[in-house]
Design a protein around this ligand. Structure first.
Ligand code: IMP
Ligand code: MG
Length: 173
């Protein structure tokens, strides 16, 4: 399998513009509140870093590790570790996710967080692949809707490669 050929799907400039818009939207919707922005590792790390810097409201960062992919195949089971998370109870949490594919990861994460009684919980996903959904999950904020492509870059990987590309690219598998 050649995993080196890719074509740019969303440019660096488009991402920057859209992430700024999302930040502005969150800044006005959460004015006067303190956000706990929870980044899902590793895929959302670049998105969450840029998003956090475009949010004007006070914003604390938290991290969870969620793993469901091996290569370009979803494994169907979601492995999540919740170490070092601040208290969720009574907090306004926003889960920053790189991409919603089957939705299984976010379903598991949102059930976990809702059980901790946050004051509010929203999902902000950079990318959405609605055609592959298995779990009943919709994001409150979405950067871009995409077709069923395997994409890399801006945090997303294929076997740990390509996360550092500044754009989103479609991998030719
Ligand atoms: P879900 O549980 O199927 O929604 O999978 C979500 C996770 O799988 C995302 O957070 C990504 O880390 C990973 N993933 C899904 N689609 C892609 C893709 O096209 N490229 C890279 N990673 C992906
Ligand atoms: Mg992810």
């Amino acid at each position: 399998m050649a995993a080196d050929k890719y074509t740019v799907l969303i440019s660096e400039e488009e991402i920057e513009k859209r992430v700024k818009q999302l930040g502005e939207q969150l800044s006005s919707e959460y004015a006067g509140k303190k956000i706990l922005l929870i980044c899902t590792l590793k895929g959302a790390v670049i998105f969450a870093s840029d998003l956090a810097r475009s949010i004007k409201a006070p914003c604390e960062l938290g991290f969870v590790k969620a793993k469901s992919y091996a290569g370009e195949q979803t494994t169907g089971s979601v492995d999540i570790s919740f170490e070092d998370l601040p208290d969720i109870k009574g907090r306004h949490i926003i889960i920053a996710e790189d991409i919603i594919d089957t939705g299984l990861t976010l379903k598991k994460l949102s059930e976990y967080f809702l059980a901790k009684e946050p004051a509010s919980m929203k999902i902000c996903a950079l990318l959405d692949k609605p055609s592959r959904r298995k779990a009943d999950i919709t994001a409150d904020y979405i950067g871009f809707k995409i077709e069923d492509h395997f994409v890399v870059g801006y945090g997303l990987d294929h076997n740990e490669r390509f996360r550092n590309l500044p754009f989103i690219a479609k991998l030719e598998l």
